[in-house]
Design a binder for this molecule. Structure first.
Ligand code: HDL
Ligand code: ZN
Length: 417
């Protein structure tokens, strides 16, 4: 069998990368907000620079006490970050490069603008126009927010009602219910759902009513929780009882997937505030047990530790009611995105969602998806070239179909299955 000419393989690879570069994406996990949330939707150069990923890196170059930094206003903090990470050092980290990619894609040369002039450029935008600009540059057909009824800034906006921007879909975030039940129960009691933190049927029913009311209010696509590396299932903790008696029955009744995000150690360095969370390796037998014991439930999962990723793919191979997604947080760097995307394609084919942005600042979607597309495109191109070497030449339509699945289609089919 004569090997196809290399030029045909190069042409195939180039076509794959072009399709990936231009395919619309559904971004299934972000911390962005519908523009109706006003100041909760962060955007612009100062928010880009004080993103907690950059703050953690900047503190490594700064010597002042943490509190001196936190006492500064946002633009003064941004000045410190810019000086520490972009002026006194080359911005080689992924978070720093992201700021530069965003500015570059917006047509701004930061070498020719100081921060005050950059601020003037951003200040000229009206939020709705800038939302369009960012979503168009990132080519997003929609984004999933992270919506918590326990968030005192967000809750009143939902309770007041507003006209939704349909590009901003909702995900119901319930961390306190599962990892801080006594505090959550006090809130649910205040809101009239439970009578106490006692783990009894009446309070389980009340907590399910709470989930139903909020899932309806926000039109939640899925329910989600982040969990510590110590998460076990089943065990004798309130977490297991609440998952079994409240969350899973609710998700079955309402046809919603339950998304678990294990591996985060909250506030390992509280002085860093939002930047202070760390990570640890999780015991994925919890995920196996959940999927195995609850075949009528659908689970989404992304795990924080690089060391868990191969195992996560194998768990997904065992349970078709598990859909894995994204390179979450500390795995969201080119080295690990490349490795995780290869692992997943080679072990799962196309039944997963390779990425989400986790964007907290609107403009970040521009860089996160620019960087993601390059890596995912290059890995996928290599896979199709491998197929060609085995005599299977994918067609352009098949490439578009596959990419559409990876960029939100497989997630949507899984949510409806
Ligand atoms: O818990 C989460 O959803 C994480 O994504 C955290 O919000 C984290 O602070 C983050 O922004 N990671 O990207
Ligand atoms: Zn997140």
């Amino acid at each position: 069998m004569t090997l196809p000419a290399d030029s045909r393989l190069d042409d195939l690879a180039a076509r794959v990368e072009r399709i990936v570069a231009s395919a619309p994406v559904l971004d299934i996990h972000t911390h962005l907000y519908d523009p109706a949330f006003g100041p909760l939707l962060l955007w612009g150069i100062d928010d880009l620079l004080v993103y907690h990923y950059l703050v953690a890196e900047a503190f490594r170059q700064l010597r002042e006490p943490y509190e001196d930094f936190w006492r500064l206003d946002k633009s003064a903090q941004a000045d410190r970050v810019w000086d520490a990470l972009f002026v006194r050092n080359s911005p080689v980290s992924e978070s720093c490069r992201g700021v530069l990619t965003t500015l570059h894609r917006l047509g701004i040369d930061p070498r020719r603008h100081d921060l005050p002039s950059l601020r003037k450029w951003f200040a000229a935008w009206k939020t709705p126009d800038y939302v369009d600009r960012c979503l168009n540059l990132a080519n997003l057909r929609g984004i999933l927010m992270t919506n918590s009824p326990f968030d005192d800034e967000e809750r009143p906006v939902w309770e007041g009602g507003f006209t939704r921007d349909t590009r901003f879909q909702a995900a119901l975030r319930i961390d306190p219910l599962l990892v801080a039940w006594p505090d959550a129960a006090a809130r649910l009691a205040q809101w009239g759902y439970v009578s106490s933190a006692d783990l009894n049927q009446a309070n389980f029913d009340g907590a399910r009513r709470f989930l139903a009311d909020w899932a309806r209010k926000i039109s939640a696509r899925y329910v989600m929780v982040s969990l510590p590396p110590s998460f076990r299932y089943p065990d004798t903790s309130p977490t297991t009882r609440l998952i079994d008696e409240v969350v899973l029955p609710f998700c079955r009744e309402h046809g919603l997937p339950f998304a678990l995000m294990p591996g985060v150690k909250r506030a390992v360095n509280p002085a860093l505030r939002l930047a202070g969370d760390g990570m640890g390796r999780s015991d994925l037998s919890a995920l196996e047990n959940l999927c195995s014991a609850n075949p009528a439930n659908r689970f989404l999962a992304t795990v924080l530790s690089r060391e868990n990723q191969h195992e996560l793919c194998v768990v997904a191979r065992k349970f078709r009611n598990l859909h894995i997604f994204g390179c979450w947080w500390f795995t969201n760097i080119p080295l690990v995105i490349d490795e995780m995307t290869r692992l997943r394609l080679e072990l799962l084919g196309l039944s997963f969602t390779p990425q989400h942005s986790d964007a907290r600042v609107l403009d970040q979607v521009i860089y996160k998806w620019d960087h993601n597309r390059r890596i995912i495109g290059s890995v996928l191109a290599e896979k199709y070239v491998d197929l060609a070497r085995s005599g299977w030449w994918v067609t352009e339509d098949e490439i578009r179909r596959d990419v559409s699945a990876l960029f939100g289609g497989a997630f949507e089919s899984f949510c409806q299955s």
